[in-house]
Design a protein around this ligand. Structure first.
Ligand code: SF4
Length: 355
């Protein structure tokens, strides 16, 4: 990220170079007005005075996402406005952290860099991606990732969603989904298409069912014509979800570190459009998943039962399981289940967030 800031006659710059030479850039510009006084400065700027500040944020990167964007311009602009709103028409020396450090152009640049970075990293994902798991793997999908989880699976690859995020109302999320789903320009004519580019939305986490508003959110999305998936750990009740929601429900295997968390009564709330998923990290997990599937007649209850091998952690925190080994076990036992691989981890680097 490159950050450039200019106020009055002086400017500050903070530059964090991307690895390698960046190929793409997205920049947004904003302005605000504020007063400040430079403590300890030997000159007239020691006295309170005002500036009209210009702020420019530039994101740089080597790769575009699945639809050819480096980053959503509207999203970056929104984050930037949030950060700036805390400073606009204020006396900066009264605002943290400038009640302690000097509100110089350099410190302001560093502040905007830090705050913008924090918000970009904390923002719940609302992104156009390729659905990577479930029977809809491979389809373009809008992911709404909600913050927080009450479990701690040993191989969790979304631990970044446990904390942080930005508080948003149902209306705000709906508006974001509408932005992401907007029809794209027709390549030949250049005209905007009449229909949505993406009408598949997945509510995920963390654990999305920890947030009560997920129910009205799901209903509003259904009412707006979206196909709505919800991915849940199976530990929360799913009986109060709107009927039209397609539920993808985990049953945690022993090596997840969260065994026995599945609510068996959730089986009665599943129907033929829903899916059950087991993430399998070894033979013990496989035998648990196999026995549970057969004992509860899962293949007759839901659209699909998915056995998914754990993908190795790119930082080495947990090992992966070979898909071939799991496939051979499934075939040997003649199980009526689907082998699921995390498609997004083959499309993008396994450490990539938000895909
Ligand atoms: S339930 Fe999902 S989000 Fe929560 S710890 Fe397990 S894998 Fe991670």
């Amino acid at each position: 990220m490159r950050f450039h800031f200019q106020g009055g006659s002086r400017g500050g710059q903070f530059f964090l170079p991307a690895k390698g030479k960046p190929m793409f850039q997205v920049s947004v510009d904003e302005s605000f007005s504020a007063g400040h006084a430079l403590r300890g400065y030997k000159g007239k700027c020691e006295n309170p005075h005002g500036h009209n500040y210009k702020v420019q944020v530039t994101l740089e990167g080597l790769q575009l996402d699945a639809i050819g964007l480096l980053y959503d311009f509207a999203h970056l602009k929104r984050v930037m406005r949030d950060v700036i709103s805390g400073m606009d028409h204020k006396f900066l020396n009264d605002q943290a952290p400038f009640d302690v450090i000097n509100p110089s152009a350099e410190n302001l640049a560093k502040y905007f860099y830090d705050e913008t970075t924090r918000q970009l990293n904390a923002m719940p994902e609302g992104a156009r991606i390729i659905q990577g798991e479930s029977t809809r793997a491979g389809l373009p999908c809008i992911f709404v990732r909600l913050t927080g989880c009450n479990l701690r699976c040993t191989w969790c690859d979304t631990a970044y969603a446990f904390h942080g995020g930005t508080k948003m109302s149902v209306e705000e999320i709906l508006a974001r989904v509408e932005e992401f789903s907007a029809a794209v320009a027709d390549g030949a004519s250049g005209k905007m298409g009449a229909t949505r580019a993406i009408s598949l939305v997945e509510l995920t986490g963390g654990e999305p069912l920890l947030q009560p508003d997920v129910i009205p959110l799901a209903q509003r999305l259904l009412d707006s014509g979206y196909t709505v998936l919800i991915e849940t750990s199976g530990e929360r009740t799913i009986s109060n979800l709107p009927r039209g929601v397609i539920k993808i429900v985990d049953v945690k295997c022993p090596d997840s570190g969260e065994p026995d968390t599945f609510r068996v009564e959730n089986l009665d709330a599943l129907d033929r459009k829903d899916e059950i998923k087991f993430v399998v990290s070894g033979r013990r997990d496989y035998e648990f998943a196999r026995d549970f599937t057969l004992q509860h007649g899962l293949a007759q209850r839901v659209h699909q039962v998915v056995f998914s091998p754990v993908h190795a952690d790119p930082k080495g925190s947990w090992p992966g399981m070979k898909a071939q080994e799991l496939a051979e076990w499934i075939l040997a036992d003649g199980l009526p289940v689907r082998l699921g691989v995390q498609l997004h981890k083959f499309i993008w680097h396994p450490a990539t967030r938000g895909v």
